[in-house]
Ligand binder design. Structure first.
Ligand code: BDR
Ligand code: CA
Length: 323
């Protein structure tokens, strides 16, 4: 498929661990006329980087978007091996057991970190990186090209927890906890980062009635994502007491595209706990000045989205139904 030229399309690279909510984020980006998705890289997280690439290729084919290259990224984290992922959340195949046709395409010959560097060089000052898995590929890309941060327009990350509990330990969110060393390196680089943490994503829910609309659609992407949600609902019912799920990755995608009104979103210093104690993977956000409305912090370059104001779920469901 050839996209109509649109001056408002922004060049994007997506880094993901596809993943049920990653699949929703991909669908959301494909539906947007503000996004030119130049490439997707996968990283181990919910499932292995290799399986994530397979899921991504299959989903792109279902959407008629086999023009977007998919690169396999890092299998292991910077300091620890990949340990099998989150099949209790996302199912054995990462996409809730939904069986998509074996993709005709194979992954790109370059690695995901190589793809990041290539795209940043080809689009200096323009590329938006959206990372919705562990940050290992981004950290590796920074090692490949130390000037990378100055070439990239901005980075949006789904990850971390500022003022709320973690979801994998008492204080840590899964993407950051999988590879805290990579997150620390990415947060320390000089690019502007928007962090979309659990504070925002846990507020955004998709309900059974939305799932029913997706499943009833004649369109294959909507049907597939609706079916994936059954597995996500099986997991989240223990937290919410009803069949619903949160929208971590698609919310970050919508923030990156600029589709949402943001609530309190200060630009602050963020440190990642890389210790091996109970704080491992915590994102320590300096929110001490919140009573003064968060005055500028010297050198701070991480915007922490504590809340969004737009009702996101209807936007997302309509986006998926449009594919
Ligand atoms: C994040 O972890 C993964 O399981 C999800 O895909 C999301 O990116 C939420 O903590
Ligand atoms: Ca993810």
């Amino acid at each position: 498929m050839h996209l109509p030229d649109s001056p408002q399309r922004q060049p994007f690279y997506l880094d993901c661990d596809t993943g049920i909510d990653d699949a929703m984020a991909i669908a959301y980006l494909l539906a947007s006329d503000r996004v030119d998705l130049l490439g997707i890289g996968t990283v181990s997280g919910n499932i292995s980087a290799e399986m994530g690439a397979r899921n991504t290729l299959a989903l792109l084919e279902l959407a008629g978007r086999s023009d977007i290259p998919v690169a396999i990224g890092e299998h292991d984290f910077l300091a620890t091996p990949f340990a099998g992922g989150a099949i209790h959340v996302h199912g054995e195949n990462g996409i809730g057991g939904v069986v998509l046709a074996e993709p005709a395409r194979t992954p790109a010959s370059e690695s995901a970190p190589e793809m990041i560097v290539r795209l940043a060089r080809q689009h200096p000052g323009e590329l938006h990186i959206l990372a919705i898995g562990p940050l290992t590929n981004l950290a590796k890309a920074l090692l490949l090209h130390p000037g990378l941060a100055t070439l990239v327009k901005e980075v949006t990350i789904m990850g971390g927890a500022a003022l709320v509990p973690g979801n994998i330990t008492a204080v840590a969110e899964a993407n950051i906890h999988n590879d805290p060393d990579a997150a620390a390196a990415v947060f320390a680089a000089s690019w502007f980062i928007t962090m979309v943490p659990l504070d925002a994503t846990m507020q955004s829910l998709i309900e059974a009635v939305d799932r029913d609309r997706l499943v009833a659609s004649p369109r294959p992407v909507a049907q597939a994502i609706g079916a994936m949600l059954d597995t996500y609902f099986d997991f989240y019912v223990q937290f919410f007491g009803r069949r619903t799920s949160v929208l971590h990755d698609p919310l970050a995608a919508a923030v990156a595209v600029g589709d949402l009104g943001l609530g309190t979103s200060p630009v602050v210093q963020v440190q990642v706990d890389t210790s091996h104690g109970p704080g491992r993977g915590q994102t320590i956000c300096d929110l001490r000045w919140r009573f003064l409305g968060h005055p500028e912090q010297a050198g701070a370059h991480i915007r922490v989205v504590l809340a969004v104001e737009t009702d996101f779920t209807p936007l997302m469901v309509d986006a998926i139904l449009s594919l």
